[in-house]
Design a protein around this ligand. Structure first.
Ligand code: HEM
Length: 265
């Protein structure tokens, strides 16, 4: 079943009977499958609650305002070549020395579950660098969850007229062009599979006026791009800060829209 309505999407996301599609538990050590079996994202019930608590504690050690400043500086230092900046800044804030290329290679199949030799080798490389116990898995989860979604948010934001302020531009990009376009759930008892179409739910005319129009002046909206209910993104403030810092850096970079204002998020 595909869900397109905002109210139905919220109801499924808030219902603990609907869990992420289960992942295999028998993958060889230090492969992508091994990692996916150990993270919060694909677990449910008490295991999910415990792993999520560890993530939230770790995230509470990171200051979004500092992430934003670091992302701005790194983007400026690189002359506006921002690719990899959010992941590099997050890794530095976590105090883990891992190359962005390894995070990227492991992140490729992390959500889809596509197990490739490249993704397996990247997970092996990452665990060799940071360790394989629960604290290391917490940090790797954060990096893998952050990488593609944050880069896609920035890429999508840059397709729009950037005269808008950074905050409005990012929030409306999240609603209108979500970097993650769908979320999947399985009803535990029946095995019924549900796909939540985030693009459609974020443009539900029952909730958003003139939903097809990209309007950075909408302010806060109840978009579902950071999830909702049982397991929303625990790092929405960090994601926004990293993306805003990159946009700040691009706006301040010589020769790149230098006259555009930077703003506080
Ligand atoms: C624009 C960027 C981002 C978007 C759109 C996004 C969106 C999401 C969504 C929708 C979920 C829930 C998935 C579901 O319900 O099935 C999620 C989970 C998660 N996100 Fe994000 N995210 C972003 C950036 C980040 C960043 C920067 C971090 C880390 C610093 C992060 C860490 C996580 C973690 C650890 C989870 C799993 C939570 C759990 O298992 O309960 N995300 N994210």
């Amino acid at each position: 079943m595909v869900i397109t309505r905002h109210d139905e999407a919220r109801a499924v996301l808030a219902d603990p009977r609907y869990v992420p599609p289960p992942v295999r538990q028998d993958a060889p050590p230090y492969t992508l499958g091994w990692l996916r079996a150990r993270v919060s994202r694909f677990s449910s019930g008490e295991t999910h609650a415990e792993r999520r608590r560890a993530l939230e504690e770790r995230l509470a050690e990171l200051d979004p305002a500092a992430l934003r400043r670091s992302a701005r500086e790194a983007t400026l230092e690189r002359g506006g070549d921002w690719t990899g900046v959010p992941t590099q800044v997050l890794a530095a804030a976590l105090g883990v020395a891992v190359p962005v290329s390894l995070v990227e290679a492991a992140a490729t199949g992390y959500l889809s579950g596509e197990e490739t030799p490249e993704a397996d080798a990247a997970v092996a490389g990452l665990t060799a660098l940071v360790g394989d116990g629960p604290p290391a898995v917490t940090d790797l989860t954060l990096l893998l969850q952050a990488h593609a979604a944050t880069e896609a948010l920035i890429t999508n934001a840059l397709t729009h007229d950037d005269r808008a302020g950074v905050e409005g531009l990012l929030r409306e990009t999240l609603r209108h062009d979500p970097p993650l376009r769908a979320s999947r759930r399985v009803e535990q008892a029946t095995g019924e599979e549900v796909v939540i179409d985030l693009v459609a739910a974020n443009r539900d005319p029952a909730v958003f006026a003139d939903p097809e129009r990209f309007d950075p002046a909408r302010g806060e909206t109840p978009h579902l791009t950071f999830g909702h209910g049982v397991r929303p993104c625990p790092a929405s403030a960090h994601a926004l800060a990293l993306a805003a810092g990159v946009l700040d850096g691009l706006r301040a970079a010589p020769g790149r829209s230098a006259s555009l204002p930077e703003e506080e998020l």
